[in-house]
Design a protein around this ligand. Structure first.
Ligand SMILES: CC(C)(COP(=O)(O)OP(=O)(O)OC[C@H]1O[C@@H](n2cnc3c(N)ncnc32)[C@H](O)[C@@H]1OP(=O)(O)O)[C@@H](O)C(=O)NCCC(=O)NCCSC(=O)Cc1ccccc1
Length: 316
């Protein structure tokens, strides 16, 4: 009996064939344990980011400057909850439980995006999050619509459509502000100054310091490296900043005709490391809020469980 005659090797060869043919892996297909683990890690982090990501903008719902702005912001934050639910459902197809993932989040055993550990100090931050944070999310997530794992790829299609709408609403809000009073324009610039570097950090560490990229690309989970996507974001954002009349706070940001791309400065990677290990400006506050909301929701989960048990008895 040769190695490939063994059932395990055959399954692995089948998986490799699907990946090489750029076809989708579905929940019932055999997959290597490390592939499953990587997907759970990434999808769970992504879901947690959407859920924690409701907090910075949610902070402004009660103080939106008009009914129209309040309705828009409410709808956006609600969309983020929906994205979190889709993504938890995609993770569940890999054999984990949503309850278990939430526990891991509130016990700091799983990460969420660094970007949501910064405070939203002014209303301009709502527009800048839409423009830069959703803009970065789109750059990062459009390629994930072609991810090799079917349920994640399909969830990303709808999520990206909504993120794109979010990005435009942020830009529209900023356009209104930069065409308003000098104070409003200054508010936008001050907000851009605070959010620019954290937005670049959303793409993850530089390629040389990214332990997961190579394997995730070989498996077709990631389609581009962190630095490739960061570059794409910079190139996409510079003309938008010019149209808004704001300056991006990087003295090294300049068009490089040879590369046909912008050169830009180095983000402060020590700040990034501090933020992803729990020492960012609002890490403790974000997690405490999430923990409190989870505990306050215990009675809803209990009631839902009791109702489901009763239904089972009725149909038995
Ligand atoms: C690119 C990356 C984030 C990281 O690449 P990988 O290959 O996975 O890792 P890599 O080896 O490069 O890194 C080494 C370590 O560093 C961790 N780390 C890296 N970067 C970050 C970071 N920025 N924050 C925190 N941690 C980060 C990484 O997990 C790993 O640690 P681990 O080994 O796990 O302990 C990838 O996971 C991805 O594309 N995820 C899907 C997209 C996604 O999650 N989007 C969410 C935001 S968008 C949104 O929510 C929409 C929205 C907008 C507005 C309002 C509300 C909502």
């Amino acid at each position: 009996m040769t190695v490939t005659d063994q059932p395990g090797a055959e399954l692995e060869a089948g998986f490799d064939r699907l990946i090489q043919a750029d076809q989708r892996i579905e929940p019932r297909d055999w997959m290597p344990e490390a592939y499953r683990k990587t997907l759970i890690r990434q999808i769970a982090q992504h879901a947690h980011s959407e859920i924690i990501g409701m907090q910075p903008e949610g902070n402004w719902i009660t103080r939106a400057p008009s009914l129209r702005r309040k309705a828009i912001l409410l709808a956006k934050v609600q969309d983020e909850a929906g994205h979190g639910m889709y993504l938890y459902a995609a993770a569940e197809t890999l054999g984990v439980d949503r309850e278990e993932l939430t526990e891991k989040l509130i016990e700091s055993k799983q990460k969420y995006s660094s970007i949501f550990n910064y405070p939203t100090l002014t209303y301009a931050d709502v527009g800048v999050i839409g423009w830069l944070v959703d803009g970065a999310a789109i750059c990062n997530q459009v390629p994930l619509c072609r991810c090799s794992y079917g349920p994640y790829a399909r969830a990303m299609v709808r999520i990206c459509k909504e993120e794109s709408f979010h990005q435009r609403q942020g830009y529209e809000l900023l356009l209104a502000m930069v065409n308003g009073t000098p104070e409003q324009k200054a508010m936008v610039q001050e907000s851009v100054d605070r959010w620019w570097w954290p937005s670049l950090m959303m793409f993850g560490p530089p390629d040389g310091d990214s332990p997961n990229t190579q394997q995730s690309m070989a498996w077709g989970i990631k389609r581009h490296t962190n630095d490739e996507l960061r570059q794409r974001f910079v190139d996409m954002t510079v003309p938008q900043a010019e149209a808004l009349g704001v300056t991006l706070p990087d003295p090294n940001l300049v068009w490089n005709p040879e590369r046909q791309a912008h050169d830009y400065g180095e983000p402060d990677w020590s700040e990034f490391k501090a933020v992803i290990t729990g020492a960012g400006p609002t890490n403790a506050q974000r997690l405490a809020h999430r923990r409190r909301a989870h505990e306050n929701g215990a009675w809803v989960r209990e009631a839902a469980r009791a109702y489901a048990d009763k239904q089972k008895q009725v149909s038995a």
